[in-house]
Design a protein around this ligand. Structure first.
Ligand SMILES: [Zn+2]
Length: 368
């Protein structure tokens, strides 16, 4: 049974399927070469008519254990964001904090600790002055219960810091391959602010960081803790439904562009190797039906992924040294944020005449 039961936020059964990526494996589950094929599940986006939340309507496999090496861009985002929140007095040394983490890394705990906050790590520690959620909430199947749990962990004057990839960024950059199993909800900034309001929290500060094309930070406090003259924070408008239609249309254009590029390279005898066996590469490769014939391997810095295969499409994951040894003509980068890091880390690639190509350069740049 794959039909929509009810909205993960408001419970409404009324809404519209806005994007369909077909049957997809769990993108964090990298099998060994001899493992049976990874099970596949419908991967669709559904927009709720009741509250506007865009979400996965189907049961979705939960992420496996993290295998990724944390990209420098994610570390920089954490450093920038903690610095920003300290400067504005949202995070205060000597006060208590708790992180609701993501299974994909990006933790702020070390930075909070270094800044002098008293980091506690579970419910038994009681309410805290700052609740930090960095890409965590999207993993909650019941979105309302998930946000409530975070709000309930706050002291009366506490601050909730919520970091997520807002829907407006996904739409603006045509990032349909950010849609994946285990990420159950894709709120716009406007929807997230409404959800916070329903939990009795008001946004008191917001910033957009360049990570992943635009990562949103919202800081919110209990309505009763605001000064009476607090000015409202300016936030972007909600994403219109029509923009989601354009996003869906960009899927077929994107997979066609990727296939055509790799077919032309193969016909010209150019060896293309992928880089970044990241979860966001999986929906793209599966939807495009790209196999080892068109992309013989994908390199990744994570030793835990090397020797495994990309789920659903079966190309092997190799290490960076093996990538250099294959003497590719082109390295197709599935994580544009890694470009500076891999260029400086693997100068041999360009020295031997190959070029780095970000996969985003092949996909329709903007959808709306
Ligand atoms: Zn809803």
């Amino acid at each position: 049974m794959t039909s929509m039961a009810s909205c993960r936020w408001c419970g409404s059964p009324h809404g519209e399927a806005v994007l369909d990526l077909g049957l997809q494996p769990a993108c964090d589950d990298f099998p060994l070469p001899d493992d049976p094929p990874a099970p596949v599940h419908p991967l669709r986006l559904w927009a709720c008519d009741g509250c506007g939340l865009v979400q996965l309507p189907d049961r979705s496999p939960v992420p496996q254990e993290p295998r990724a090496v944390e990209p420098a861009a994610l570390t920089a985002h954490a450093r920038d964001s903690v610095g920003w929140a300290l400067e504005r007095g949202l995070l205060v040394p000597g006060t208590s904090a708790r992180e609701f983490g993501s299974p994909h890394g990006g933790s702020w705990v070390h930075l909070l600790d270094t800044a002098g906050l008293d980091v506690r790590d579970d419910d038994r520690a009681g309410p805290v002055d700052a609740v930090i959620d960095v890409f965590g909430l999207m993993h909650e199947e019941d979105q309302r219960a998930g946000l409530r749990r975070r709000a309930d962990a706050l002291t009366p004057h506490g601050v909730l810091v919520l970091v997520f990839p807002p829907l407006e960024t996904v739409v603006e950059h045509g990032q349909w391959n950010a849609v994946r199993h285990g990420h159950h909800a894709y709120p716009s900034t406007a929807v997230a602010a409404r959800q916070l309001a329903e939990c009795g929290l008001t946004v008191v500060a917001s910033v957009l960081h360049p990570l992943y094309g635009g990562t949103r930070l919202l800081a919110a406090r209990r309505d009763g803790a605001l000064p009476p003259d607090a000015a409202p924070v300016s936030l972007p408008d909600d994403v219109p439904r029509a923009a989601l239609t354009v996003l869906a249309e960009s899927v077929s254009a994107g997979v066609t562009a990727l296939r055509t590029h790799l077919q032309q390279a193969a016909a010209a005898g150019r060896r293309v190797i992928g880089y970044g066996a990241a979860s966001r590469a999986v929906p793209l490769l599966v939807a495009a039906g790209i196999g080892p014939d068109l992309l013989p391997a994908v390199a990744d810095a994570s030793p835990a992924k090397q020797g495994r295969v990309i789920p659903g499409v079966g190309m092997p994951v190799i290490g960076p040294a093996e990538l250099v040894a294959t003497r590719p003509d082109e390295v197709l980068l599935f994580l544009p944020d890694l470009l500076d890091e891999v260029r400086s880390g693997l100068p041999e690639v360009e020295r031997s005449g190959a070029r780095w190509l970000s996969v985003e350069a092949l996909l329709p740049a903007r959808t709306g």
